[in-house]
Design a protein around this ligand. Structure first.
Ligand code: FMN
Ligand code: SF4
Ligand code: SF4
Length: 252
């Protein structure tokens, strides 16, 4: 079984690729949360995986909230996680392992895929140039068979790309980040054609169209899927996202 979260498709691609190869069932975390599906019965010896993007050197907090409520009929023996990140993830796997430990589950392996960056809500943070994005995707695809083999053999592996000052980034900046996450700065411009794409791509069902324009409802995780998928680039996050370029998996 693989539990996953993805805003812009990078992590979905990794989760689906592994699931297809290993014949694993996929569970989309926001959907499971909405439907209060927190209790799972596994087949004998079944592996459990978690796939998600790195948000501010941490697992996305909606993933951690899900894990806190998760219950297995029998404790799984081999539990792995795989992250996608634009650059690096600090010590995010330790945060995740701590959360799993609190529900009596041991994390055995963490895998890491560098993928195109999706975060555009801050000065200095931008999408990758198309060539760089393409290179990252090619490298990630080439890394998949090794990860799949390691999961199959139930290896203990740690692959997290740490970057500099990893503990500071995860434990200080990462913790503080969520105080700053908000959809208040999102707005649509007059280029909006009322197509509803932003509504359908939001993993948290946080957007409705009102008078033909998107309205955000205050339970956003800043995944930026709405920004990146708008066919008219009509969504901006204050001034921070202006001119940053759009990306989602499959677009490049
Ligand atoms: C809110 C947010 C925070 C992010 N923080 C980080 C980060 O700390 N380090 C990093 O390398 N990438 C960071 N990224 C980039 C994503 O981890 C990366 O692009 C990921 O592959 C996106 O996955 P998705 O397409 O499945 O949503 C961030 C992206 C978002 C939207
Ligand atoms: S995706 Fe863009 S064009 Fe379509 S409704 Fe949303 S803001 Fe308007
Ligand atoms: S409103 Fe936009 S940024 Fe927020 S969760 Fe939905 S798609 Fe992601």
């Amino acid at each position: 079984m693989i539990f996953y979260f993805s805003g812009c498709g990078n992590s979905r691609f990794i989760a689906e690729s592994i699931a297809q190869e290993l014949q694993e069932q996929l569970v989309f975390i926001p959907e499971a949360k909405r439907e209060n599906r927190f209790e799972y019965t596994l087949a004998e010896g079944e592996r459990v995986g978690f796939v998600f993007p790195i948000y501010s050197w941490q697992p996305p907090h909606l993933v951690l909230e899900f894990v806190r409520k998760l219950k297995f009929a029998k404790t799984p023996e081999y539990v792995w996680m795989a992250v996608t990140c634009g650059d690096n993830g600090g010590v995010a796997e330790k945060v995740f392992a701590d959360h799993l430990a609190k529900i009596g589950v041991q994390l055995r392996a963490d895998y890491c895929f560098q993928m195109p960056n999706t975060y555009v809500n801050m000065a200095g943070m931008s999408t990758d140039k198309p060539q760089k994005a393409k290179r990252k995707i090619e490298k990630a695809k080439a890394h998949l068979p090794e990860v799949i083999a390691n999961i199959t053999e139930r290896k203990s592996v740690t692959e997290m790309r740490r970057g500099i000052f990893p503990r500071f980034k995860t434990n200080v900046i990462g913790k503080g980040f969520y105080k700053w996450v908000s959809d208040e700065p999102f707005r649509s411009t007059d280029a909006c054609i009322s197509c509803g794409k932003c509504v359908s791509v939001c993993p948290l069902q946080n957007i409705t169209l009102e008078g033909g324009r998107p309205k955000w409802h205050g339970h956003c995780t800043n995944c930026d899927a709405c920004f990146h998928h708008c066919p008219k680039n009509a969504i901006q996050f204050g001034k921070a996202s202006v001119g940053k370029g759009q990306y989602y998996f499959g677009k490049v």
